[in-house]
Design a protein around this ligand. Structure first.
Ligand SMILES: N[C@@H]1[C@@H](O)[C@H](O)[C@@H](COP(=O)(O)O)O[C@@H]1O
Length: 237
């Protein structure tokens, strides 16, 4: 088992723990940060923006973006990242998939080139209630690089809370694949709350299976998992 599991009191403490890993990565010379959206990383972004860490000569590469949403759409992941991090903490360059790209093949290979040219030092991840990472839904081949994904009904339902009208929730996304994620030198996954407990247990203690995308992380040499007690509650050890 190569996963380092940190159980923290709450999301605030998780933010500090995540912040420390970013600070350590900068000290160690990291240049490229893989970033994630969702509610779980927010306290890390808060701790980063409150700090004096300097990312102005660093690169960020985001995991995913909804298909059909422009960068200026408040529901887009571009917008989320501007709001929660980039406006306060400028990077030299921020890469995200282009939600408006209509040629999926061209867009996903463009993104793969970006990752190839900018190997990710630290990749931050949240965890879907069904065990997804990025937008790699259960059943996604571990060999996938960036790809266009049809979101599952459970993911669409989980994301509906951010949309005024549930019918506006996009049905597709561009996402880094499991193979893209696994290339990162260090992976930091954050999960909080009871509703993540089953996915957390399957990710860490279950079989490595494409039915649980996050279980692929058991095959990575350097993973840190930040959990609160509730998210850790179904772990056996
Ligand atoms: N594409 C994102 C994932 O990257 C994220 O990990 C997940 C969980 O989000 P939350 O942290 O809000 O529970 O939501 C979305 O599906």
């Amino acid at each position: 088992m190569t996963m380092d599991i940190k159980i923290v009191k709450d999301q605030q403490a998780g933010g500090q723990a995540g912040y420390q890993l970013f600070a350590d990565a900068l000290d160690a010379g990291a240049n490229v940060f893989g970033l994630a959206t969702g509610s779980s990383p927010i306290t890390i972004y808060q701790a980063l923006t409150a700090s004096d860490l300097d990312f102005s000569d660093k690169i960020s590469i985001n995991l995913d973006e909804y298909v059909g949403l422009s960068a200026t759409n408040p529901q887009s992941y571009h917008y989320f990242m501007q709001e929660h991090l980039f406006n306060q903490k400028p990077f030299k360059h921020n890469y995200l998939p282009d939600g408006l790209a209509t040629d999926a093949e061209a867009e996903t290979s463009r993104y793969d080139r970006i990752i190839e040219n900018n190997p990710i030092d630290l990749q931050l991840l949240g965890l879907g209630v069904n065990g997804h990472i990025g937008f790699n839904e259960p059943g996604t081949a571990f060999s996938e690089l960036t790809h266009k994904v049809a979101l599952t009904p459970s993911t669409i339902a989980a994301n509906a809370r951010f949309f005024a009208d549930p019918n506006e929730v996009p049905k597709y996304a561009y996402s880094m694949g499991i193979a893209s994620i696994m290339q990162a030198k260090h992976i930091v996954l954050v999960a909080y709350g009871e509703n993540k407990a089953q996915a957390v247990a399957q990710m860490i203690e279950g079989p490595v299976t494409e039915a649980v995308p996050a279980s692929a992380l058991q095959n990575h040499a350097n993973v840190t998992v930040i959990l609160d007690e509730a998210a850790a509650s179904q772990l056996q050890k």
